[in-house]
Design a protein around this ligand. Sequence first.
Ligand code: BG6
Length: 454
Amino acid sequence: GSAGTSTLLVLGACGDLAARLLLPGLGGLLTQREVGDLFLVGSDTAEWSDDQWRQRVSESFATVSANGKQADEVVRSCRYLRADVTDEDHLRRLLDACTGQVTIYFALPPAVTARACGLLADLGVPEDTRLVMEKPFGTDGPSAHELNELVTRLVPENQVYRVDHYLGMSTVLNMLGMRFANRMLESVLDAENVSSVDIVFDESLGLEGRAGYYDGAGALVDMIQSHALQVLALLTMEAPSTLGAEDLQDAKSRVLRATSLWDEDPVRYSRRARYTAGTIGERRLPAYVDEEGVDPARRTETFAEVVVAVNTWRWAGVPFRLRAGKALSALRKEAVITFKGPRWVPEGLAGYEQPDRMRIGFDPDLVGLDFNLNGPGDPFTVDRVSLESPSGPGDLPPYGEVLAEVLGGDPTMSVRGDQAEQAWRIVAPVRAAWRDDRVELEEYPAGSDGPGAP
Ligand code: BG6
C-alpha cells in the first residue's frame, strides 16, 4: 500500500455478518461517498485464498449494486490472511500487513473479541488505530466493564466504535431533527403530555440459520439491551448543546443512567416467549426448539417485553414498553408515543375516545400522527385521521452509515462504553428472574401476533 492509505482489517471475514451486512454497507459507502484509498484485509480461520475473499467482497458489493472507481479499487486490491486471532503471532502478522491508519473490525463473538483484545493490549497497536466491535458488547455488566477497561488500554475511548446499526438508520438519526427542530413536538414530549411509549421491533423472520449466535443471546439481549435502549435514549434525552460526539454521548448516557426496570419488578414488568411451529405468509416455520442448532434446554426466548421507567424530571411516571419478537405475523418496527386525553372536552363533542398518537417508523422510515378531527357528517363527532410522511431515506444503508463514521473517525453514533454497561444494568434484574424461572416462558405460534394478553 502507499502512504496515506488506510486499512480496514475485518476479523471474522468469512462469517455471516461480513457477507450480509458489513460488506454490502461498505459497498454502498464506496459508491456514495469519498473515502480515500482503502486497503481491505479479510481474516478468518478458514483456508481462503485472496481470490476467494475477493469473490466474497464482490458478491456482497453486487447485492447493493456497488460501483465506481473506489469500489472497484477496493475489490482489486483486497487481501485475505488466514489467522487465529487468539494467537499472538498471528495477530502480529496481521498488524504487519496493515498500512496507514488502521481500523480493526471485530466481526466475532464477544469471547473471541475479548481474547484478541487482551493479546493486542500486550502487543500494542499503532496510536491512531480504531477498534470496531459488534454487539453484544460483553455478556453482562461486569464483563462489559472489563472489556471497556481492556479496549481503553489499547486506544482512547473515542477510537472505540461499538456498533449499533439502528444508530445508522435514517429515521433514528432523524429523531434528533424531529425532536429538536420543532417547537410543536419539543414542547409536548414529556410526562405532562405523554401517557406511555412503546418501542416495538416485531419481525416476521425467524432464526434464519443464526442459532450459533442467537440461541446464546435471545430477544432480550439481541434487541432490547442494544437497539431498543439506544432508541429510547435518543427519544428521551435532554437536548445536548451540540450534536458533537461528546455532547450527544453525555446526553444519552445521562438518560440511560436514569432508566431502570419499572418498579424493579421483573415478574410483573417482563415477559418472554418463544415460537412454536406455524406459517407466515407462504412460509412454514418449524418450532424454534426444532431449528437447527438450538438447544431447547437453554430456554432461549424469541420474544421479549419489558417496561422501563425513565426517572428524570421530564419523564418520571411514563411507562416505556420495549418489545421485540421474531416469527411474528408482520414486520413492525416503530416507536409509538401515546398522548394523554385532552385536559377538558366540552360537553356535546363526541368520538374522541382514542388518544392522540405519534408514530416513528423505522421500517419503513416514516413519521405519523393519529388524531381526532372532524370528518364527514356531524361536525361535532370527530373521526380518526392519520397524517403520515415518509422520512429519509438516507443515501446509505445503516451499515454504510456506521462505516462512514468509523472510517471518518467520528464516534458520534457509536455506543459509548458506559452506555453498554448501563444497558446491561437495566436488563440485569430481568435476566436474573428469567434464569431463576420466576417468569413463565410463554409460547406463540409462528405467524401470530405473539403471546396473547397476559
Ligand atoms: C440485529 C439482530 O442486530 O438486528 C437481528 O441481531 C435482527 O436478530 C436485526 O433481525 C434487525 O435489524 P433490522 O435492520 O432488520 O431492523
